[in-house]
Design a protein around this ligand. Structure first.
Ligand code: EPZ
Length: 427
């Protein structure tokens, strides 16, 4: 298993370019199931979850072309002949977002067999709200042998109120409703930019969706959807991870190819911490400073502070003067990284869904273990400011959602290598 070896202490200087959003690309690829015509997606990130989705769609009979060379961020997907509307446990267990095929398969094929995702490092993460919503649209759903078996002659529009805000739940039902008979009203929806991006693609495919980005989405079902071409939005979580890296390392970093409008909660919090940022329409410049101030944070649904930035923010809080209280309100078990940072010398106390971080502490390099995608990103950040070398094991987690992170970091001065590579001599 790959490891990262990181020598801390270098300020990050220069420009880093952000890739397309993993959490927008995955539902967009699932949306291709809704039509027999080709869907062309641009700005697709080269991360492992995209490859898993390619396998998922190909196993159903879809043709998925992932570009390479100059076209490496482009994908053409054609699901003309779906021979088997099934998502196997083998694939779903590696990526729970595979459940995003449930709604589209049911809407397009009238049946779907999708493995239940099972447990996850960060929480129970059931899909009961997806299932309840599809039943409201008239689907018959059984769960047996670890699979959801769903069928419906044709889904029928309905009013659905989500008991809890769910991102992929909103996306799954949105896709299903596009081909349902009649009107669907979705309430208490997720407002994430990735939901809006999906609705933009679906409307280009001929769907009739209004209100994406608000808590209420209205869908008028249509008989058929057509192919379309769509550029995936930038990855706001990747952009934010690099912005925090620039702040943390006392660097001067220009994070470009991102959308600052999607980063409001983070930029506001960085101001509280004493970090100034400047931004243009597609870039954020962050200048670090040595006098970071502690500030509490509470994770919320968009436009609140994202749970996918909680771990990275914790790394920053270890270098801020004072006590930061981090409250995780979305997932019940998302502090695994705190114990690993503790191995590097951080002072973090977990009290239920709150982490109390005392800073500023000098971190020292150590061998640590990544437990999930964002936890691994936070350990990379901590290692960038630690004294000496840190070895991060199980970096396959980070490859799921960050494109070439070590090359991007090296490009702005970080000392990082994947085990096995010869480290260039320090200048
Ligand atoms: C999406 O997951 C993201 N994944 C996650 O990013 C992100 O952490 C999460 O939204 C929250 O922002 C993708 O978009 C592929 P939820 P999702 O349904 O949709 C509960 C990353 O690092 N819930 O919004 O699975 C659930 O347990 C990943 O890129 C139910 O109870 O999250 C959680 O407590 C990690 N029943 C809360 O709702 C359901 O049927 C929010 O989860 C669905 C969700």
């Amino acid at each position: 298993m790959d490891k990262f070896v990181i020598r801390g202490g270098n300020p990050l200087l220069g420009t880093v370019r952000i890739s397309g959003a993993k959490n927008a690309a995955l539902p967009a690829m699932a949306a291709a199931l809704l039509t027999e015509e080709p869907v062309i997606l641009e700005n697709i990130p080269q991360v492992r979850d995209i490859e898993t989705t390619r396998k998922l769609l190909a196993a159903m009979g879809g043709e998925v072309e992932l570009g390479y060379g100059r076209a490496q961020h482009r994908s053409t997907i054609c699901c003309r002949d779906l021979t088997s509307p099934e998502a196997s446990y083998e694939l779903v267990k590696t990526m729970r977002a595979s459940t995003l095929v449930l709604g589209p398969l049911l809407a397009r094929c009238g049946r779907a067999r999708v493995s239940l995702p099972g447990g996850c490092a960060i929480g129970a993460r059931p899909i009961d709200l997806h299932i309840k919503g599809l039943e409201r649209l008239g689907a018959n759903i059984n769960q047996e042998h670890g699979y959801v078996e769903a069928s419906a002659k044709r889904l029928k529009g309905a009013e659905i109120v989500f008991e809890k805000i769910t991102v992929t739940g909103t996306e799954d039902l949105l896709m299903a409703a596009t081909l349902a008979d009649g009107e669907t009203l979705l309430q208490n929806c997720a407002r994430e930019p990735e939901v809006v991006d999906l609705a933009d693609l679906l409307n280009k495919m001929g769907a009739k969706i209004e209100g994406a980005g608000t808590t209420t989405i209205h869908v008028t079902g249509v008989e058929k959807l057509r192919g379309a071409k769509h550029r995936i939005i930038p990855d706001r979580i990747e952009a934010a991870t690099f912005i925090i890296a620039g702040a943390l390392t006392d660097g001067d970093l220009n994070v470009c190819g991102c959308d600052p409008n999607h980063l409001g909660a983070l930029l506001e919090k960085l101001q509280d911490v004493g970090i100034k940022t400047k931004h243009t329409s597609d870039a954020v410049r962050v200048e670090g400073n040595q006098n970071l101030k502690a500030a509490d944070v509470i994770t919320e649904e968009y436009p609140g502070f994202p749970t996918d930035l909680q771990a990275q923010y914790m790394a920053l809080a270890t270098q801020a003067e004072g006590t930061s209280i981090i409250t995780e309100n979305i997932f019940e078990n998302r502090f695994m990284h705190a114990l690993e940072m503790g191995r590097m010398g951080a002072h973090i106390k977990i009290e239920g869904h709150r982490a109390v971080v005392r800073g500023r502490t000098l971190l020292s390099g150590a061998a640590v273990l990544a437990s999930d995608l964002r936890a691994s990103a936070s350990l990379v950040l901590a290692a960038l400011v630690a004294e000496g070398e840190t070895i991060i094991d199980r970096v396959y987690h980070i490859d799921r959602g960050y494109e070439n992170i070590e090359e991007k970091l090296r490009g702005v001065g970080a000392q990082i290598r994947r085990i096995g590579e010869i480290l260039p001599k320090k200048k």
